[in-house]
Structures are given as structure tokens and as C-alpha cells.
Design a protein around this ligand. Sequence first.
Ligand SMILES: O=C(O)CCC(=O)C(=O)O
Ligand SMILES: [Fe+2]
Length: 219
Amino acid sequence: MMDDLFEDQAPWLPKHQALGPGSVLLRQRLNTQANPLMREITALTAEHPLQHMVTRGGHAMSVATASCGRYGWVSDAVHGYRYTTTDPATGLPWSPIPAHWLTLVRTLAEEAGYPGFIPDSALINRYAAGARMGLHQDRDEATLDWPVVSLSLGLPARFMFGGPTRQSPVIDVPLLHGDVVVWGGTDRLRFHGIRPLKDGHHSLTGPYRYNLTFRRVQP
Ligand SMILES: O=C(O)CCC(=O)C(=O)O
Ligand SMILES: [Fe+2]
């Protein structure tokens, strides 16, 4: 029964797939970690509710987000994208990143060629059917020396992975439950995004896809 959650949905695909010189897809890399990760997401988002952040243009994002770690990613119509040490919704400091998340992420980054990664920010993204993330670069961090480590849980998504400019060609990468993408080095500023999520049901996450994205914000 529980094994269903961890079954490889595309066993013919390689487990370790380079997406660029500094980028790799580690397929089906989370197995027994998925259930505890989901439990902790539930606990963390009870303290720091998922919110539809508003962009500088005044548009509410379709993805709902919350953070943990020393720095949390936020946005509002006045200030736009930035990192803060407190949650604007509650006024409270963000909760620490759970210790075993740090251990897991350090291992994943090392597997991808980035040893010694200690993130100071973890973003929790929740996608419901139709939610999407347009092509963008992750460049709100004060250092770009460390990779982005991104974990997928629940419903499948299509990750768009582009190049150094918005006009660069984009490849579509299916991201399934348990997949991990790491990009850094010369690939750190590649444009990327998520196509609108298809409706569905997942045994662990119900009608959602969760993405955990780990970053180093301060050197
Ligand atoms: O949901 C994803 O897989 C990507 C999320 C992302 O690009 C971001 O949070 O900056
Ligand atoms: Fe991103």
C-alpha cells in the first residue's frame, strides 16, 4: 500500500539527468522522506499560512507560498520581491528549517556537485490546478555562489528550463513526486518556470503539488 507512493512512475528514464553544465535532475530521489516532508510542511504552514503574494504590478500569484529559515521570500505591490526575517502575515520570525531537511538538502547538493551547501531559506510553494509560475530568474539573493535545490511532491508538473535570457530556448522537464532539480554555477541564473498545473489527485498531497526550494540568501 505505502509502496504505491514511492513507485517510479517512469522507470525507463535515467535517475541522474544533466540539464546543463551546472544543472541536474535527480529523478525519484525522495522516497521514504516524502511522508515526513509533507507532515512538516503541514506543521510549518499552520504557523505561517500559505499566501498568494502580490507582485509589484499588483497581481496576486496563483501559487501560494510560505517560508522557513533565517530569510523568507515575500512580495507585495509596494516593494516587490525580497527576503525578510519575519512573516508579513503574522509578524513572527520564520520558523527554522527542520534539521533533517538541512541534512537531506546538503546530500542532494553534494550529489549534484555542490558540496557544503547550507541553505538559509526554504520556500514552500503550493500549486493547485491551474497554478503556474512564469519564466523568471532566481536573483533576489545577495549571493549567487550557491545552487538552488528544488524538491517536488505530489501532483506532476512541467518545469520549463530556459537559458540566460528570456528569449533563450526552453526545454520542458516533467517533474514527478520525489524528483529533485539542482541548478548552480554557470546555470544559476537560467530562466525557468512551471506550466499551469493539471487537475488531479495524489495520495500524499491531495489536489496539490508542493515544491520546496532551498537557497542561500546571504553569503
Ligand atoms: O515549483 C517549482 O518547481 C519552481 C519554483 C521556482 O522556480 C521558485 O520558487 O522560484
Ligand atoms: Fe525560481
